[in-house]
Design a protein around this ligand. Structure first.
Ligand code: 4NP
Length: 149
């Protein structure tokens, strides 16, 4: 799960999918990263943490890190939150096999609509709630795919 800072959107996507995988006793490695280095080592944004907590999801164990080309070796899928993240990930990719792993996360629940998870960082509380509902739905769709595999 990849966003810009790895403190708002991608930690939530990471936490949601990891919790759903755990709940069903499946075995998949989930992680998140940012394409910028500004927040490396930081906990998720307090507003995102609070929103997740209101739904019973803890993000307390997560720390921001930067996405690197090695992530293409480690993971089968790389989910971008918005088009800018997508382009940043493309610029780090090394070959077609890397590129084939990249998805826009909202293509999961809204295929072919080019939808983005809006960056909630500079907005109000409602933005974080909106991000939660979008990513809760998208991770439900990812779970549907993982169950078939
Ligand atoms: P994220 O949100 O990409 O969802 O983690 C942001 C976090 C920090 C900044 C921008 C977006 N920032 O400009 O510092």
């Amino acid at each position: 799960m990849v966003c810009l800072g790895n403190i708002c959107r991608s930690p939530l996507a990471d936490g949601l999918l990891a919790q759903k995988i755990r709940n069903e006793n499946l075995n998949h490695n989930v992680d998140s990263a940012g394409t910028c280095d500004h927040h490396i080592g930081q906990s998720p944004d307090a507003r995102m943490t609070k929103t997740a907590e209101n739904f019973g999801l803890s993000l307390a164990h997560l720390r921001a890190r930067e996405f690197t080309a090695a992530d293409f070796d480690e993971f089968d899928r790389v989910y971008a939150m918005d088009k800018s993240n997508y382009q940043n990930i493309i610029s780090i990719s090394r070959n077609q096999s890397d590129i084939n792993k990249i998805r826009m996360i909202l293509d999961e629940n809204h295929p072919n609509q080019d939808m983005e998870v809006p960056d909630p960082y500079y907005g109000g509380k409602e933005g974080f709630l909106n991000v939660y509902s979008m990513l809760d739905e998208a991770t439900d769709c990812i779970m549907n795919e993982l169950r078939i595999k």
